[in-house]
Design a protein around this ligand. Sequence first.
Ligand code: ARG
Length: 263
Amino acid sequence: MCEPTHFEVTYAINPWMDPTNPVNVDRARLQWEVLRNTYLSLGHRVDLIEPMPGQPDMVFAANGGLVVGGRAYGARFRFPERAAEGQAYASWLIRSGVTVAEPTHTNEGEGDFLALGSMILAGTGFRTSLAAHIEAAEALDRPVVSLELVDPRFYHLDVAIAVLDDGNGDAPAEIAYYPGAFSKHSQRTLRDLFPDAVICSEADARVLGLNAVSDGLHVVLPAAATGLAASLTARGYTPVPVDLGEYMKSGGSVKCCTMELHR
Ligand code: ARG
């Protein structure tokens, strides 16, 4: 995670961002602390990267790369406003003992790449390029399933799909998704691959309900996504609601603020 020391909305690179709608920095700090404490109380380790002045979106650690099995595919941001974050996250990962493959194609890390069992689900359409999907498959030696995002409100894969169970334990892989975020063809791919997926309503997706982090038992998710939380309970998960309302002003929530170091 990255402390929100410099978090603010000063530019607009997605439809959620409006520089005239200021962030309440005190509230943002508290919300971030609650998220970190939630992970700690669930027994997870949280490492921190030093925030950089002038990089207000660096708090969205998920975008810094995709880490699986001690290897990472580094990020290369779509917009110049965030470009400097790529090297900062790569350096942090290298210092932590992770081998980082340097990207030549545009990709925003776990914003558009979700590790699931032996494969990677990859989004394209707004940020990450298709060429990066192939590069990630080569760098991490895993099959990649490309999915096309079509609704600008859901500009990253991690606001359109939540991984509930990564399928690496005893239970099969399980996801939740909002079909309307995807092209017809990608909806069909998702139906075929995940016939038992939890389908998220537009209302829950619009409060970034799918921007969640699951350990296979507990699902930390935006508190406003009450319908999704009920569906998760019905499937045997324990929803852990947190309010990250200040981060919604930037188009982010729980998952965006979290880079998972997948084993
Ligand atoms: N303001 C940031 C951007 O538009 C939000 C990033 C959200 N991160 C994510 N993993 N979806 O780049």
